[in-house]
Design a binder for this molecule. Structure first.
Ligand code: SF4
Length: 276
């Protein structure tokens, strides 16, 4: 017989339902990897609201994350072995913007002048074939450029090296197909412009960092939770796709207007339940 939903899947769903909240690199309220993420989600994350990974995509998301972690480790190990001066998992802090994170790596490229301190930030991303093929044709995602650029600003680097790895296959009869293990890479100077307006990657990144810092300060001073993408729930035909994959979806669905005291109550309640 074939199970509709087997005991292993049910057990795994329960096992991954309450992932631990990872602390930020230096204890900052914000994390660099959330750059361009929904403001509301950033506040929940900063407050340590327990994440709930449930729903139809939970196991798929978990598997994607595990594959991503494994491929990160392999590429970092390869760089460690082959690239001189490669530093792995570099902790970075941008304290005036209340944020911190870990760059996958920083290295001195062979074309860098030996006397210059500027290095290259390595940022690795794994993704399914649709996103991979889109990026291969159109270029990397803006949020990945900004995240890597923030690491570059914090480490005094001027270049960013983005590596995308495809984790699954499209049918080979498709003209533009991709297989698991296909890779595409880009090297940018952070002063390069990234759109037609001529705005440089570093200027756009600084704008996001400062905007998020201001948002976080507003929250910490007056306790007002930003609407974030929830603003569009009543106006758009469908809720933003990011919300469907968000570990705080239940909170946004059940509690529209929410303030700092509600969030603190939630942290206490959910923490109690998740440790039972
Ligand atoms: S569910 Fe949507 S609106 Fe709510 S925190 Fe997540 S991303 Fe933001």
């Amino acid at each position: 017989m074939q199970y509709e939903t087997g005991p292993a899947e049910l057990a795994l769903r329960e096992h991954i339902k309450h992932p631990p909240n990872k602390p930020t690199a230096d204890g900052s309220f914000l994390r660099i990897s959330n750059i361009t993420t929904c403001d509301r989600k950033q506040v929940f994350d900063g407050m340590g609201v327990p994440r709930i990974e449930a729903g139809p995509n939970a196991v798929n998301g978990f598997v994607a994350k595990e594959i991503g972690n494994t491929m990160h480790e392999h590429v970092q190990a390869a760089f460690n072995e082959k690239v001189p001066n490669f530093e792995c998992e570099v902790e970075v802090s941008i304290s005036n913007c209340l944020t911190s994170g870990h760059a996958d790596g920083v290295y001195q490229a062979s074309h860098d002048m030996p006397s210059r301190r500027e290095g290259t930030v390595l940022e690795i991303k794994t993704m399914r074939n649709y996103g991979f093929r889109k990026a291969r044709n159109e270029g990397p995602k803006e949020e990945h450029l900004f995240q890597a650029c923030a690491y570059a600003i914090a480490t005094g680097s001027t270049k960013i090296h983005l590596v995308y790895i495809c984790t699954d296959a499209t049918p080979s009869r498709w003209k533009d197909s991709a297989r698991a293990g296909d890779m595409v890479e880009w090297l940018y100077d952070i002063h390069d412009s990234f759109d037609e307006s001529g705005t440089s990657i570093s200027v756009a990144t600084t704008y996001f960092l400062e905007q998020h810092a201001q948002m976080a300060k507003n929250y910490l001073v007056n306790g007002h939770i930003p609407e974030g993408l929830r603003l569009y729930w009543g106006t758009a035909e469908e809720i933003p796709w990011e919300c469907n994959y968000c570990p705080y979806y239940d909170i946004c669905e059940q509690q529209g207007d929410i303030n700092m005291t509600d969030v603190i109550d939630l942290v206490i309640k959910e923490t109690d339940e998740s440790v039972k």
